[in-house]
Structure formats: C-alpha cells, structure tokens
Design a protein around this ligand. Structure first.
Ligand SMILES: [Zn+2]
Length: 384
C-alpha cells in the first residue's frame, strides 16, 4: 500500500477513527520503507498492520503531524511527497500541531484510542502521568520478517522527568514546559469529568438532568454553567462507552455505541431496545442472521457476549485465526479487536473508542481557535 492508497484511510474526525497516528514519527522512521530520511509511503505498511490488527479493511486513522514535516526538499524520495502532504493538511486529512506529541496525548485521553508512535514522550510525562508504566495505549512499529511492519503494544516504562539528556533545541529538564496551545489541556481535563450545576433548577448540568454529552464552558480554566455563571461541581469521571463495529466481508459498514450498563440483544430484527442489523446488511445476508442472534452486556466498562442463536456464534480472539464456538449460557469477555462472527462474512468487533464524540469535537474547535484558523463558533455537531 503506497501513500495514495493509505490516504483512503485518513480520518479527519478523531471521534470516528480506530487509531491515532504520529505521522511525523512514521514518515521519518527509516527502519523500513526505503533509504530516504522521510517517506509518506511509510504510512501504507502501518495502515496494513492496523488492518490486520483490527480485522477491518477500512480501518480509519487520525494522523497528527508537526508543521515541519513538509518543506520543499525535506529528504523525501520525490517532490510529490511534500505536495501530497500539503494537500492532506489543506483538506483536513492530517492535523498539524507545533506540539504534535501533546495533541496526540490529549486526543488519546479524550477518545481512548491507541497511539501508533515510537516516541518516548519524555517531555510530556509530567503533564500526562498515565504514560508512566503504561503497556496498553501505545503501539510501536516493528519490522516483520516477511516484509512490511506490524504494530505492537509498547511498554512505556517509568522514567524520571529529564532522565534523558535534552536533544538540541529541546527545553532542558529545568526549563518551564509550556502547555500545548495554552488552553487545550484544562479543557481535556474538564471534558473527562461529569459536571453538575449548583443551581438546583438548572436543566443543563447534572447526572440526571441535561444532556450527558454536554460540554462545559471554561472561564479562567474552570468549568462554569453558561446559564447561571456558577462554577460547576465535579461529579466524577465521564461515563465511558463500548463501541461495536459491524463488519461485512471484513469491512466496517456501521458503528454502534453502547453508552449504558446492561444487556442489549443484537440480531436481524431483535425488537424493542435491541440493535437491528438488517438496515446495514444486504437482504440475502441479513436473512442468514437470526432475529435475536446474540446478547452484549456492558458492565464496568467491560463488554460480555453471549450466543442466543441456534446457528451459533463464533469468537476469534484478537490476532488469532481460529474461530471458537461460543458456549450456550456463559458470556465471554470481548476485548478490543476481538471478532465475533454471526454467520459467514458478518461479524461484530469491539472498537477502541471509549468516549462519546462531543468532547473530541469541543477539543477540535478549541484547537482551531488556538491556531486562529477556525470560524470560532464551531458547531458541536462537527458537520460530518
Ligand atoms: Zn446552571
């Protein structure tokens, strides 16, 4: 897969992506993809690795780059590469940030998506302490013996701030670390919490009132109710969700989000409260799926799956090729990228997304304002 083919997998909306990609790191990674210091073609093998990892041939990646990745000469194999990159940035397919690492980490917090990067993020560990000791959120790029690359979970280790000598141009360990784009990090931290307005009659903020996806306004870094001007009260972490992707012939055709605890029946036409698959399947394919085929239960952020169909349901654990028939009554835990096959060519897989899209879109609007490129009053619906 070359750069032009990989372009089809670039997703401007991080809330609709399957992974975040440190594009600067990938493009400059000369361990693979030819001898040149930079090559956009390196994105192709990384996308192929993510296709294998997710089981989704249409896997979507949100790519973040530093503005200095382009440039007229830039060490690319040809002048077409920087031109293509400029085109991607202009069309919003690649997001540029002076502090691309900080932006990636903020997006990782807001979406729950994995980050494809071999960066150690040493200078970000103070602001993002969850990096220390993490073994699940970062995917490193590794050469495969048969050609191409794979993406593997990284052990980020525990590093003291400033343990590595600073490279030229980097602030030293004692230098102040500026907040990325100033306003975004307080917003990220606010978006990860649930908020309640102290006014009892307020209809905007509160666990049992208002819209759960509502994004608070920040004044001086503190979330306030825009109706009453009062400081909002922290009600704890924002509820996470479970994302299911419907795959037909290995391509994602629809995404479902389960945003509350409890059981939901999935099938061709499972009836009230269930998730019907027939609108998303060709009629002949839908006919092979049972009316109520399986049940997914969300509990403490975990997803459990149980077969309900006489035709059976089969599970392929992430990275394996073996299909195992799900036993009758005992539910199985479904982890990200596990594939549940209902009938031949129709499968559900658990996506990586863990949070609703509204916080991510509020973040994007703030980032656009900070860069002075947005309309300022970006609508919360994101406009597709
Ligand atoms: Zn209020």
């Amino acid at each position: 897969m070359n750069a032009r083919e990989a372009q089809e997998h670039l997703e401007p909306d991080p809330a609709s992506a399957d992974a975040l990609v440190d594009l600067s790191g990938v493009v400059c990674d000369d361990r693979f993809g030819g001898p040149h210091p930079r090559s956009l073609d390196r994105l192709g093998p990384v996308v192929e690795a993510l296709v294998r990892r997710t089981g989704d041939r249409r896997v979507r990646v949100h790519a973040v780059a530093r503005p200095d990745l382009g440039g007229p000469a830039g060490g690319y194999p040809s002048a077409e590469h920087p031109r293509l990159l400029a085109d991607w940035v202009g069309r919003g397919l690649v997001a540029e940030f002076p502090d691309a690492g900080g932006a990636l980490l903020e997006l990782a917090e807001l979406t729950g998506l994995p980050v494809v990067s071999d960066d150690g993020f040493e200078e970000h560990r103070e602001l993002f302490p969850w990096i220390q000791g993490d073994t699940g959120r970062f995917l490193g790029v590794r050469r495969r013996s048969g050609g191409g690359v794979s993406v593997r979970r990284r052990d980020m280790g525990v590093h003291a701030p400033g343990a590595r000598p600073p490279r030229a141009g980097e602030p030293g360990p004692g230098a102040p670390r500026p907040l990325p784009d100033g306003e975004r990090l307080p917003l990220v931290r606010a978006l990860q919490r649930s908020w309640r307005c102290p006014r009892r009659r307020c209809a905007l903020y509160g666990r049992d009132r208002g819209a759960p996806d509502r994004v608070p306004e920040l004044r001086g870094g503190r979330p306030v109710c825009e109706e009453h001007g009062a400081d909002l009260v922290d009600e704890g972490p924002r509820a996470s969700l479970v994302e299911l992707k419907l795959l037909v012939d290995g391509e994602c055709v629809h995404r479902f989000t389960l945003d509350r605890e409890g059981a939901v029946v999935v099938g061709r036409a499972p009836g009230e409260g269930g998730i019907p698959l027939h609108p998303h399947l060709p009629p002949d394919v839908a006919a092979r799926v049972s009316r109520a085929h399986l049940e997914v239960t969300v509990r403490d952020g975990e997803a459990l799956v149980r077969n309900l169909s006489a035709k059976g349901t089969y599970l392929r654990v992430r990275g394996s090729v073996d299909l195992r028939r799900l036993g009758g009554s005992r539910p199985r835990v479904l982890v990200v990228n596990d594939v549940v096959e209902l009938v031949s060519a129709v499968a559900l897989t658990r996506g990586a997304r863990r949070y609703p899209p509204e916080p991510v879109r509020a973040w994007q609007a703030a980032a656009r304002r900070a860069r002075g490129t947005g309309a300022g009053e970006a609508p919360a619906d994101g406009g597709g």
